[in-house]
Write a protein that binds this ligand. Structure first.
Ligand code: PMP
Length: 316
């Protein structure tokens, strides 16, 4: 789908996966005008295909587009384009329980621009790929290191939207952490350096007794759709949930820690390293609350339990 600045997106077309042509002075290449989304299609045991809350991705893309001075497809255009792309790639959707089809919508400034300004033309495209687990550990616990020098986002910046530059900003710390054997990096706020923000590509939760807390959305972390869904699922299962400032002390003192995201769904955290101090959670790793919420959410996403929340879109 294409669109010039100030206009609305035209109807799109399905094309075979392949390279795309861009001007060397395209807005996305020079000034980072790029936004993406990530969602998954699951195959249900009766053969139907299920999407999880695709309108939420559409709305988040629209919110991000405003911040990045880009026009965006309507919620309806977005959802219809996702459905058409998934149906055209149905053969790539793994059988039930064997993974999912990851869907990557991408909005970019594709028009040429030399001086710093929003690009004159935009392209919205979607590509897909079958996927298994995001972390090689699967539902086994991951080991995180708290990053105390580098920051993913600052107040007033673009940390709250899913723009491409946010991911370039985490590569250095993430690569260094992986080289030392950690699964990923947990970021702190850039002012006080003591409040948790998020992991490179997922939100973080701490569990203490019956209370599940996660950092409040204040513009520096991504408003994750899994995060929002887990808060509702946890409430419906009798947990107390809190969106607040969560400190490093809360983290180190937690009974359990887990991360949420479309790619990871829920990843239990087995250990946290902070300033050379390592804290482990539980003995066999996967905490009771992480396991319970993982089962509740994945069985909903795969169509194994009744969709009381109205979150599932069935394609066939
Ligand atoms: N934070 C960041 C930085 C992410 O990239 C993601 C993945 N989209 C998330 C959190 C989790 O968001 P969601 O649950 O919508 O996938």
């Amino acid at each position: 789908m294409k669109c010039t600045q100030g206009e609305i997106f035209s109807e799109g077309e399905l094309k075979r996966f392949g390279n795309i042509e861009l001007s060397p002075s395209a807005g996305i290449l020079n000034y980072g005008q790029g936004l993406f989304e990530g969602l998954k299609a699951y195959r249900k045991h009766d053969g139907n295909i299920l999407l999880f809350r695709p309108e939420e991705n559409a709305q988040r893309l629209r919110m991000g587009a405003e911040r990045m001075c880009m026009p965006a497809p309507t919620v309806e255009q977005f959802v219809e384009a996702v459905k058409a792309t998934v149906l055209a790639n149905e053969r790539w959707i793994p059988p039930p329980g064997k993974g999912s089809l990851y869907i990557r919508p991408l909005l970019m400034g594709s028009g040429a621009v030399l001086g710093l300004a929003p690009a004159p033309e935009y392209t919205f495209l979607i590509y897909v790929s079958p996927v298994g687990n995001y972390f090689k550990e699967g539902l086994a616990p991951i080991n995180l290191i708290v990053e105390t020098e580098m920051h993913r986002a600052t107040p007033g910046g673009t940390g709250g939207v899913k723009t491409i530059g946010n991911y370039a900003a985490v590569l250095q710390a993430q690569s260094a952490a992986k080289a030392k054997g950690y699964s990923d990096v947990l970021y702190l706020d850039s002012i006080h350096k003591k409040y948790l923000e998020e992991v490179s590509s997922c939100n973080v939760f701490v569990v203490k007794g019956n209370v599940i807390s996660t950092p409040a959305i204040k513009g520096t972390i991504l408003p994750g759709i899994t995060r929002k869904s887990i808060l509702d699922v946890a409430l419906s299962q009798g947990f107390q949930v809190e969106e607040r400032l969560v400190t490093v002390d809360d983290l180190l003192d937690a009974d359990e820690v887990f991360c949420t995201g479309t790619a990871v769904v829920i990843s239990p955290v087995g250990s946290i390293t902070y300033l050379n101090k390592r804290v482990s959670y539980g003995s066999d790793g996967v905490g009771r609350v992480s396991q319970q919420l993982y089962s509740a959410l994945t069985s909903l996403q795969m169509g194994l339990t009744e969709d009381k929340m109205g979150w599932i879109v069935e394609l066939k």
